[in-house]
Every structure is written in structure tokens, then in C-alpha cells.
Write a protein that binds this ligand. Structure first.
Ligand SMILES: Nc1ncnc2c1ncn2[C@@H]1O[C@@H]2COP(=O)(O)O[C@H]2[C@H]1O
Length: 191
């Protein structure tokens, strides 16, 4: 649920500390609630999170949000736009204050063209995302809300994060009302 990528983080920290690419890689902070990327926009930066938690979410035309993933240290965002030369697929919002390395898109593409280690990290990340999104999508279709809720509560405990009810509902792809009902049923089952 809360993804991290320590290898990607150390890769970018090395570049940043070597100070060879001043301007191409800068540190940027986002306070809680701000957006790193907006769905449908065409930004010029790719971000690698240094600290904090961000949510990746899709806003549907019916006004509902669906959260794909929560990302933290070492996770990259905005790479799809830079790879495919398209608008951002979805929104990236800061759930806590976030500090991120911002890579100029042209620099990101230059790394893709010449750095094998970087390409390996990137492919690994994309493969991991495909696996995670597919596994979760199947789980969500095939299990009850109550079962999904138990799992998400366990994960929060394990990863020591606390999500708002709105974010929990958007992660599970259910309404706030259904989530509240499932929470109540869970409480009643405990009594
Ligand atoms: N399934 C997913 N899991 C994690 N991150 C994702 C997922 N889908 C999209 N993203 C990220 O969300 C970003 C939105 O902007 P981009 O389309 O440029 O790049 C996208 C990815 O970095």
C-alpha cells in the first residue's frame, strides 16, 4: 500500500550530491494537500520522492476519485508523461508534507538514452507497478468490502500510517457511506 524504492533514491541522491547537474535536479517541497502533478496537465518535471507520502489518484468525470497507490521515499512520478510524451495520466497529491527531487524532463530523457543502470531501475519500477495494480484490481473485484477493509486497516498498522476515511474509501473504490457501514459492521463483529 505504501510503496518505497530505496535503490532509486540512492541513485538520484548520488547525482544530486555530485553537484554535476545543477538545475537539472533540484529539491522541491510540497506542503500537505498540494499537487506534485495534475491529471491532464503537461509538466516539465519528473519527481523522485525524498521524504513524505503522496497519493496517486484518478479523478473520474462523475466527480469520484480512485487512489491507485500511496508512494514514499524513492518512488518516481511523472515518468509516464516523459516516456510517452502525453499528458499526466492522473493526479499526485501530497498526503503529508513532501520533499522531492525534481528532474527536468529533458534530463530524464537524456538519462534514459545513455544510462543502463537508470533504465534497469525504471523498468523494475514499471514492472512492479503493473504487478501491484493488477493484483489489487483482482482482489478488489473478487473480495467483499469487509474483507478489503480488514486488509487496509492491517496495512496501515504495519506501515504506521493513518489514512483519512475519504482516502480509505477512494483506495478501496467504494463510497464513504459504504466504508462507514463496513466499519460499523466490523466494530459490531468484535463486540
Ligand atoms: N498504478 C500506478 N501505481 C503507481 N503510480 C502510478 C500508477 N499509475 C500511474 N502512476 C504515476 O502517476 C503519474 C501521473 O503522471 P504521469 O502519467 O506522467 O506518470 C504517472 C506515474 O508516475
Amino acid at each position: 500500500m505504501l510503496r518505497t524504492n530505496p535503490s532509486f533514491l540512492s541513485f538520484i541522491e548520488d547525482i544530486y550530491q555530485q553537484n554535476q547537474h545543477v538545475g537539472d535536479v533540484v529539491l522541491k517541497s510540497f506542503s500537505r494537500g498540494r499537487f506534485l502533478l495534475e491529471q491532464g496537465s503537461r509538466p516539465t518535471k519528473v519527481f523522485i520522492i525524498k521524504e513524505g507520502i503522496a497519493k496517486v489518484f484518478f479523478s473520474e468525470e462523475n466527480g469520484k476519485d480512485f487512489i491507485f497507490e500511496f508512494l514514499s521515499a524513492g518512488e518516481i512520478v511523472g515518468e509516464l508523461e516523459a516516456i510517452r510524451d502525453t499528458d499526466c495520466l492522473c493526479n499526485i497529491g501530497a498526503v503529508s508534507d513532501v520533499l522531492a527531487y525534481a528532474l527536468d524532463s529533458r534530463y530524464f530523457r537524456a538519462l534514459m538514452n545513455r544510462d543502463i543502470a537508470f533504465n534497469r531501475l525504471l523498468l523494475n519500477e514499471l514492472a512492479e507497478r503493473l504487478a501491484n495494480t493488477s493484483t489489487r484490481s483482482s482482489f478488489q473485484q473478487l473480495y467483499t468490502i469487509g474483507h478489503g477493509l480488514k486488509k487496509i486497516l492491517e496495512l496501515q498498522k504495519k506501515q504506521q500510517i493513518t489514512l483519512s476515511k475519504e482516502d480509505m474509501a477512494a483506495y478501496m473504490g467504494v463510497t464513504l457511506r459504504s466504508l462507514n457501514r463496513a466499519l460499523k459492521e466490523l466494530e459490531q463483529a468484535k463486540e
